[in-house]
Design a binder for this molecule. Structure first.
Ligand code: PEP
Length: 249
C-alpha cells in the first residue's frame, strides 16, 4: 500500500489544433480539482508553452517525450535541458507507443529517464505488458525487466511516478479490472521495496493507465496501490478528465 499524494496525468498524444487546445484549456480552467492532488497534462510539444502559460496553477504540464542526451546534433529532437529552460516541469518516458512505434528499448528508456532526472525534470515513467506477454506467462518477467532498467539510472525516486499501462488496455476501451491493476501495482511496489526499501516504495506514486474514463475511475481509485491515473482519450474531454481528477478515494 502507499501513502502517496494522488496523481492524475492527461496524455493528449498527437492530437489538437490551436483552436481545440485553447478550448480545452478554457474548459479545464472553468473546472475544479482537489487541492491536495497533482494534475499534470501533456500536450504536444508545439502547444506546451501556450498551455503552460494559459492553464491556471492547479494544473502542471508535461512533455510526452524528450531526448536521451543533452543539446547537440540530434535533428528533430527536444532535449530535457530545453524543457527545463522553458519551465516544463514534467516529462513522460517509455510510453508504450514510443516503445512499439519508435523502437525505444527498456535500456534506452532507463537512460532517458535518468538524464531527464539529472537535469532536474520530474518523470512519469511508463511500464506495461502486451497481451501476448500476459497470456504467455511472461507478465512478471516483462514488468521486472522494464523496472530493472530504471534502477541504475534513477538516483532520486521522489521525482518519479511509475505509470502501469497494460498495452492491451491502451486506447482499446478494454480497461484492466481493479483486481488486475491492483495485483500488478502491488507487484511493482514489491519490486521497488526490494531495491529501495519499504519506506521509499510506499512514497512512489504508481498510477494506472489504459482506457480510464469517468465511468470506471472511482472503483479503480479505491484500490490500495493505485495512486492515480494516466489518462489518454478521456483527457481530451474536459468534463470526463475533471471527473477522473475528482475520483480520489
Ligand atoms: C495513454 O495513452 O497513456 C492511455 C492510457 O490512453 P487511453 O486512456 O486512451 O487508453
Amino acid at each position: 500500500a502507499s501513502n502517496a499524494r494522488f496523481f492524475v496525468g492527461g496524455n493528449w498524444k498527437c492530437n489538437g489544433t490551436h483552436a481545440s487546445v485553447e478550448k480545452l484549456v478554457q474548459e479545464l480552467n472553468a473546472g475544479s480539482v482537489p487541492s491536495d492532488i497533482d494534475v499534470v497534462v501533456a500536450p504536444p510539444f508545439i502547444f506546451l508553452d501556450m498551455v503552460r502559460l494559459s492553464l491556471k496553477n492547479e494544473y502542471q504540464v508535461a512533455a510526452q517525450n524528450c531526448w536521451v542526451k543533452s543539446d547537440g546534433a540530434f535533428t528533430g529532437e527536444i532535449s530535457a535541458e530545453m524543457l527545463m529552460d522553458t519551465l516544463v516541469p514534467w516529462v513522460i518516458t517509455g510510453h508504450s507507443e514510443r516503445r512499439s512505434l519508435c523502437g525505444e528499448s527498456s535500456k534506452f528508456v532507463g537512460e532517458k529517464t535518468g538524464h531527464a532526472l539529472d537535469v532536474g525534470l520530474k518523470v512519469i515513467a511508463c511500464v506495461g505488458e502486451t497481451l501476448d506477454q500476459r497470456n504467455s506467462g511472461s507478465l512478471w518477467y516483462t514488468l521486472d525487466s522494464q523496472m530493472q532498467a530504471l534502477f541504475p539510472n534513477v538516483k532520486d525516486w521522489s521525482r518519479v511516478v511509475i505509470a502501469y499501462e497494460p498495452v492491451w488496455a491502451i486506447g482499446t476501451g478494454q480497461v484492466a479490472t481493479p483486481e488486475q491493476a491492483q495485483e500488478v501495482h502491488a507487484y511493482l511496489r514489491t519490486v521497488l521495496a526490494n531495491k529501495l526499501g519499504e519506506e521509499t516504495a510506499a512514497s512512489v506514486r504508481i498510477i494506472y493507465g489504459g482506457s480510464v474514463n469517468d465511468g470506471n475511475c472511482n472503483e479503480l481509485a479505491t484500490m490500495p496501490d493505485i495512486d492515480g491515473f494516466l489518462v489518454g482519450g478521456a483527457s481530451l474531454k474536459a468534463p470526463s478528465f475533471l471527473q477522473i481528477c475528482n475520483s480520489v478515494a
